[in-house]
Structure formats: C-alpha cells, structure tokens
Design a protein around this ligand. Structure first.
Ligand SMILES: [Zn+2]
Length: 324
C-alpha cells in the first residue's frame, strides 16, 4: 500500500508532527518528479488536517473519505491533466464558504507547475490572506515553473526519490512481477515503477535484453533483435535496461556479487565471450544513444550499431587474440 511507504518519509513525519502541535502551514508546496507519490502525499496532508482523531489515523470516516476523494471539505484540482484558470477561480470562490462538516477545508492542487502566471497570481491573493479554515497544498514537478511570490507564501518541501529496496518491497507486496527490474530502472519514482511493472510487454522485453549476449551470435540475430526493439515502444527504457544488463555482465566478469539478475542465467554467463573493455564500451554506447534520443535522433540505427558492435566484439574475442 502506497500510504505505508509515504508514512515512512521524513516529510510525512515532520508534517504530522506540526499537525499534532497545531502548527500546520496554511499553504505547502511539495516538489517531486514522482506525480503518483506526490499526489498521494497530498492526500495524507489533507488527512492530517481533517482526521477526527488528529493523528492522522487513515482509518476513520474522515480519513477514508479524503483518501477515496469523497470528503466534502477536501477538493482536488485539476479535474483533468493541467490546472486551468477556471480551476483556480472555483477554488477561490469555494474557499470563501464555511466548511461543510468540520472546522477546516483543504484544497489539493496536483501538477501545480502547470498553472500559468495568471492562475498563480490569482491564487497568490488567497495564499497571502488565507481564510482561517483554509489549507492549500500544492505539488509540482518543476520548482522553476512556480512564481517566487507563490513559493514565498508556502512551506516548501522536497520529496526524495525512494530507494530501490523500498520500491522492490512495495511492488513485491502488490504482487507485481519483475519488481526488482522495475525498481532498478524507475529512477526512484514510484509512479514510473508501477507503470513499468504493470506492462506485460516490459517483462518479456526485459528478459530478451537480459539474454542479449547469448542471442547475438550471427548477423541474422541482429535482425531478430531489431524486430524486438521495434516492437518495444519506450526506447529510452530499452536503453536503461540495456545499461543495467551490461553493468551486470561487467560485475559478473569482475567476480562481484551485486547483480540484479541471477548470475547463473545463460544471459549473464555469456559475458564470458567478451572482454571487460568491450562491455564498458557497450555501456558507454548505450549512454550515448540515450543522449541522441533526447535530440530526436532515429532510434533504429542507434540500436543496430550497438548490436553490430556486440557481434564483432564477440567474433574478435573468439579469435582469442586478446584477453582481459
Ligand atoms: Zn483519521
């Protein structure tokens, strides 16, 4: 359950501490590239305000309705992907009314950095003089998109990426396959890890990459590999997995034990057919290909070059001229 993971963070602990002391800020700005985690953290913040037991307990009727999105005194914007000026108009109007049930109202703004300058300036007036009962919690992926005036009215917080172990444990509990693989390639972002691990194609593609050194024996195999690459949409993720695989193979060659994948698998053992310096070059090629993808280069030749390089390195090594 995501809330369990979020409750373990420093941010949650210090926020709920303030709530217990009656010192909660009326406006808070949470920075995180992990939209999924941030959105859920804002819900926990709302629970800290609205929970009838004040802990927050996450179990009472108030907490359950906040988490389920049905509490009448907790409203979330935007309704769609981006915050529109109309959303902020509604928020400001709604904030002028008394709470429906308790003594406080909470407004959660997801993707706050999608607010344009007009919206932020409108919101600023409410942030400067918030009605006594009103709390506004905002999350944003890009701090630089927030106006300095808005920032200065909010308590600013950074949600740190999660560790691989935390994400692996979380995904394993939710019954996801390939939890470790997803945890390795999600960059500490929980939302990304869930997306990766819930895509069926990902796991089979992951297994394909993790047997690349074994698969690539002849020129015909390059075609097979290119078909696989073409069928996998997220080329950037493909290069991420490739880097993980090459890194694992290098670790194996160096006799290290910190491999993601089973070191007895044929895909890893096939590292025997390559020199260390070749594998290091493959890692660098994958990194370079990633940079080229960001420049909108055509993906196919980038992958094909890596495959050709792997094949020729293998052939050279089989020649046995150089070792090490
Ligand atoms: Zn509660």
């Amino acid at each position: 359950m995501v809330y369990k993971l979020l409750k373990d963070t420093k941010i949650y602990k210090s926020f709920t501490m303030l709530a217990r002391k009656g010192n909660l800020p009326h406006a808070a700005l949470l920075y995180s590239k992990d939209a999924y985690a941030a959105k859920n953290m804002l819900k926990l913040f709302a629970c800290a305000v609205l929970c009838r037991f004040g802990k927050p307990c996450l179990e009472c009727n108030d907490c359950r309705r906040v988490l389920g999105g049905t509490h009448p005194d907790c409203k979330t914007y935007p309704v769609k992907d981006k915050v529109l000026v109309g959303d902020i108009d509604k928020l400001i109007e709604d904030a002028s009314f008394m709470p429906c049930e308790g003594s406080s109202k909470v407004y959660l703004i997801n993707a706050g950095d999608t607010m344009n300058t007009d919206s932020q300036n409108k919101l600023l007036k409410t942030l400067e003089e918030p009605p006594e009962a009103v709390y506004i919690f905002i999350c944003a992926a890009n701090p630089e998109n927030m106006l300095p005036t808005v920032k200065s009215r909010c308590a600013e917080m950074d949600l740190q990426p999660f560790t691989q172990q935390q994400i692996t444990d979380f995904l394993s509990q939710s019954g996801s396959e390939g939890a470790r693989a997803a945890a390795m390639s999600c960059g500490g972002l929980l939302g990304r890890a869930i997306e990766i691990s819930s895509s069926g194609g990902y796991l089979s593609f992951y297994n394909f990459i993790y047997s690349l050194f074994k698969t690539l024996e002849t020129k015909d195999d390059i075609l097979i590999c290119m078909e696989k690459i073409n069928s996998f949409e997220d080329k950037n993720a493909a290069l991420d997995i490739m880097q993980l695989y090459f890194r694992d193979c290098l670790m194996y060659k160096c006799g290290q034990n910190s491999l993601i994948f089973d070191k007895n698998s044929d895909g890893i053992k096939s590292a025997e057919f390559f020199r260390q310096k070749d594998i290091i070059r493959f890692i660098e090629s994958a990194a370079r290909a990633k940079r080229k993808l960001t420049l909108n280069c055509n993906a196919a030749p980038l992958f094909e070059n890596i495959f050709i390089d792997i094949l020729s390195a293998r052939e050279n090594y089989n020649g046995g001229a150089i070792v090490g």
